[in-house]
Design a protein around this ligand. Structure first.
Ligand code: DX5
Ligand code: ZN
Length: 233
């Protein structure tokens, strides 16, 4: 099954004083989806935002909203994030809630489900759910903050999942989240990732994000002219 690099803009490192404009800026720059990081201060040691913010920025674009729930009780919140305008709701396999029940709740709300795993969590943990989800999100940082360094030790696990998904002919997409930038996106795509989440690498750029998105997509494929460094200064 051929795949192409999809750039997903994580708004965690955007300017929150004008978040709707920042979502629009990414959409106008040509990204494929918007990634919304929800943190509850329990599953991760940080707090970000809730359904009210997702709802507030929903009108900014028609692009799919991928809502990444880094919360300890996704079962209790899945429907509220669906109602707020999420298209795909991703929860972590490490939570206590039963994954099958969370997926069913997301499906009942008429949305697509995704499952995420932390760097230290083995691929076996998500294998039982690969036929039930549209996205498996491989964390390449320990969740909780933007701007961290990419953990390359996760790449073999990503390759395992890629081989598993291709071997079983499954339609699930593989996402990569954390530290994805011009230097690391090639390795992430090469190891089997296709939904490539990027936050600080994108939002550290002023103005038009078009050149940055084009360069990231080119770097994923390993094209030579993948450079936008001079555009940031
Ligand atoms: C981290 C989040 C990521 C993060 C990505 O817990 O899940 O989505 O915002 O940002 P960068 O690309 O800066 O690592
Ligand atoms: Zn995320």
């Amino acid at each position: 099954m051929s795949r192409s690099p999809q750039i997903s803009a994580s708004i965690l490192n955007a300017d929150f004083s004008r978040l709707g404009d920042e979502v629009r800026r990414a959409a106008d720059g040509g990204v494929d989806s918007i990634h919304l990081d929800v943190m509850d201060g329990r599953f991760v040691d940080n707090l970000s935002f809730g359904p009210v913010v997702v709802e507030a920025v929903r009108p900014a674009t028609e692009l799919p909203f991928h809502t990444h729930l880094m919360i300890s009780n996704p079962l209790a919140y899945a429907e509220r994030f669906a109602d707020a305008g999420s298209d795909l709701i991703v929860f972590h396999v490490e939570v206590d809630d039963d994954p099958g029940s969370v997926i069913a709740a997301i499906e009942r709300a008429g949305r697509r489900a995704g499952i995420a795993l932390n760097p230290e969590t083995p691929s076996e943990a998500v294998r039982p759910w690969l036929e039930r989800v549209d996205l498996v999100l491989v964390m390449t940082v320990h969740p909780g903050w933007g701007g961290q360094s990419f953990i390359a030790d996760v790449l073999p696990k990503m390759r395992e999942l890629r081989d598993e998904v291709d071997g079983r002919g499954l339609a699930v997409a593989i996402g990569v989240d954390g530290g994805v930038n011009l230097e690391t996106i090639g390795a992430a795509y090469g190891a089997g990732g296709e939904v490539l989440v990027t936050g600080s690498a994108l939002y550290s750029t002023e103005g038009d994000l078009g050149p940055a998105v084009t360069a990231l997509r080119a770097a994923a494929r390993g094209d030579d002219d993948a450079d936008f460094a001079d555009e940031r200064t």
